[in-house]
Design a protein around this ligand. Structure first.
Ligand SMILES: C[S@@+](CC[C@H](N)C(=O)[O-])C[C@H]1O[C@@H](n2cnc3c(N)ncnc32)[C@H](O)[C@@H]1O
Length: 371
């Protein structure tokens, strides 16, 4: 091989290795049950939510992603028009014992799999009507590596009505922007704190996106590849050798409507909360005190938002798990660049966070009860 070719081959190999290392951080595979529980919430509100729709699963290996499996199995039941599942070229990334339910094509090639992503397309037609035969489903290679930002996958995004997946954690913001710029419906998994970023919070504030339904506390278990370092606090290995890690702070993000977000939060008065709340540290936490620098009161837990109170309130980010837009107006977030100048008490030194008796508090969502 001439030197130039050798160098190019080494560079390509190194690029593949770097990509593999980087992608390691992103290999968290969603469990079938978690997808099913969440999707059920949308079907409950609207059984036709997916009817005649094209769904794109852009980070989902057609051989084994549970998203692919779930939507293939429910293709007829949901009345889908088209399902497209694509993945990034990442040979070797998979659960230890991937449940292969879609066959490998005859032209499968391990080397090609390192540079080309995969695609599975399922379209409504008479052949499969009422009888999808999983044995006969084959995926194919993409032209490129399957990066969601590539022109090839972006064209599939533009064709789709709904984008659904658990995207790479390390690229969550880019992935979110990629969906929003195309104005698509979506259901994706991410870290709850993503909402505090400058580019994502405005979507929440303007009621263009919200948390999903089925995860509102605790952690969730994700399957990880065999060589994944088990440094996390909660992990296990099942009887088949699959490794799982428990991840805290996970939420579904969506702009599909679900019923829970229209359920108002039951509230008690301020004095009843102080007497009867299960949180017995309300005084220590400065509950209901007025901030030094903002014209609002501190509410340290969502459950103790007082009834009959017209004050503007600062509440924890986890309020979004209970946020009912008919009950509350979400006005902003501290320290993330939303314009809260209208709420400021003049002549304070700092407005980066709420302060109470000079003490810097946690970042807070700013809300008001709707009349
Ligand atoms: C958090 S995992 C979830 C995988 C799958 N969606 C699931 O839930 O089981 C994110 C996946 O995105 C893939 N990925 C990483 N970078 C990507 C990119 N630029 N474009 C598309 N997929 C990417 C990773 O290899 C990984 O398999």
């Amino acid at each position: 091989m001439p030197d130039g070719n050798l160098t190019r081959a080494r560079v390509a190999q190194n690029e593949n290795l770097t990509r593999a290392r980087e992608a390691q951080k992103d290999e968290f595979y969603t469990q079938f049950q978690d997808i099913e529980t969440e999707v059920n919430a949308y079907l409950e509100l609207n059984p036709d939510v997916f009817r005649d729709k094209t769904i794109l699963l852009p980070c989902d290996d057609p051989e084994w992603s549970n998203f692919t499996k779930y939507f293939v199995l429910n293709f007829e039941f949901f009345g889908l028009r088209k399902l497209i599942s694509t993945c990034y070229a990442m040979e070797g990334a998979s659960p230890t014992q991937p449940i292969k339910f879609v066959s490998r094509p005859p032209h499968y090639n391990a080397e090609t799999s390192e540079t080309h992503g995969k695609i599975l397309v399922l379209e409504r037609n008479d052949d499969i009507h009422n009888n999808i035969n999983l044995e006969n489903l084959h995926w194919d290679y993409l032209e490129g590596d399957g990066d969601f930002r590539s022109a090839e996958i972006t064209a599939l995004r533009d064709e789709a009505d709904i984008i659904i997946t658990n995207p790479p954690f390390s690229l969550f913001r880019q992935f979110f922007a990629w969906i929003v710029e195309a104005n698509k419906q979506f259901l994706i998994i991410g870290n709850m704190n993503a909402v505090t970023s400058r580019d994502i919070f405005p979507q929440i504030k303007d009621n263009k996106m919200w948390y999903g339904c089925s995860i509102s506390s605790g952690d969730r278990e994700f399957c990880v590849p065999e060589d994944y370092p088990l440094e996390a606090a909660g992990w296990r290995i099942d009887e088949k050798g699959n490794k799982y890690i428990r991840v805290k702070g996970v939420r579904w993000f969506t702009n599909l409507d679900h019923g829970r977000r229209h359920l108002p939060l039951p509230l008690m008065t301020m004095s009843d909360n102080l007497k009867f709340s299960r949180h017995n540290d309300l005084m220590e936490k400065h509950a209901y005190e007025h901030y030094d620098n903002y014209n609002a009161i501190e509410v340290p837990y969502t459950e103790v938002i007082p009834s009959g109170c017209d004050d503007v309130m600062g509440v924890p980010i986890s309020f979004l798990d209970k946020y009912c837009p008919e009950q509350f107006e979400l006005m902003g977030i501290t320290d993330q660049g939303t314009d809260l100048s209208w709420l400021r008490i003049p002549n304070n030194d700092r407005y980066d966070r709420p302060y109470l008796s000079g003490k810097r508090m946690y970042a807070r969502l700013i809300i008001r009860k709707k009349q």
